[in-house]
Ligand binder design. Structure first.
Ligand SMILES: [Zn+2]
Length: 286
């Protein structure tokens, strides 16, 4: 496996991680990747303290906690608790939806794993707890997009098709786009079986770069592999025509940092959800 791309030091504000370059260079843009810290959820904390920021409507956390946590995230990113978070019903597909001004609020959440808009004053949101969140922005046309990529979405090219949709729908030129890949499971903890490698080999000429042998075996004694989903999605951004210098990755691994991030694998399914959000300020100063 090739070494992962150089990682960017993200800045921590009260409840989320932000790319310092986006903050300084793109004041029209809102964005943030939440961590598990800074909320009112107690269901997943080891000591039951009501301090965690679960942003998904999970069975173990009362919805009023999730709603309060979402208001806190909106405030952390946009300075207003009233900024709507627009989420989608994620189904591990390659489908992206376009949100037009006036479309929101939806009567029913659309099933999709990507969301695009040029509407201002709201935050597009994807939820993850190991899967790869990818935020993309077009500083020329002022378009934003958020994608959720687990292995299924990655094999189906949710990010690559999403960037193509940005171009088709809004005239985005890929080499002017900027992208940020948020907290996700690293190859260190993402052990998979051989069948996944063949799926990737069928779809990507560079599949061999994404896998390396794992130290452990699968439960059926077959050899296990480690998959670098973060790099897989970075490659899709590159194949889409993005400039490598315009792609930032937080790096690290959700499963290796259980006190910082929710991780489906590390917490064996009993975990909360983080959100990655991106939006366009309604009245940008520049
Ligand atoms: Zn790890």
């Amino acid at each position: 496996m090739e070494a992962a791309a150089h990682h960017t030091e993200f800045r921590t504000n009260s409840t989320c991680l932000q790319h310092p370059h986006w903050i300084s260079q793109h004041p029209w843009l809102w964005h943030g990747f939440s961590t598990r810290l800074g909320g009112v959820t107690s269901a997943y904390s080891g000591d039951r303290s009501a301090s965690e920021l679960n942003l998904g409507f999970t069975p173990d956390d009362p919805p009023e906690n999730v709603l309060e946590n979402r208001l806190r995230l909106a405030h952390a990113v946009s300075d207003s608790r009233n900024t709507p978070l627009v989420s989608i019903r994620q189904v591990h597909s390659a489908h992206s939806v376009v949100l037009r001004p006036g479309d929101f609020p939806w009567t029913e959440l659309p099933q999709a794993d990507g969301i695009l808009t040029d509407a201002t004053g709201l935050l597009l949101a994807v939820q993850t707890a190991d899967c790869v969140p990818v935020l993309v922005a077009d500083p020329v046309n002022r378009v934003v997009a958020a994608f959720h990529a687990g292995w299924r979405g990655t094999v189906q090219r949710v990010v690559q098709l999403g960037v193509a949709r940005m171009a088709a729908q809004f005239g985005c030129v890929p080499d002017t786009l900027i992208a940020a890949i948020g907290p996700a499971i690293g190859p260190c903890c993402y052990t998979v079986g051989l069948e996944l490698r063949s799926q990737f080999e069928h779809n990507f000429s560079y599949a061999a770069d994404l896998f390396c042998p794992a130290a452990t075996q699968n439960s059926d004694q077959s050899p296990a592999l480690q998959l670098d989903l973060i790099e897989a999605n970075r490659r899709q951004l590159l194949d889409s025509g993005l400039n490598p210098a315009n792609i930032a990755a937080l790096g690290g691994c959700t499963a290796c940092q259980p006190h910082r991030f929710f991780s489906h694998r590390a917490q064996k399914g009993h975990t909360g959800r983080m959100m990655s959000v991106i939006g366009i300020r309604p009245n940008p100063s520049s």
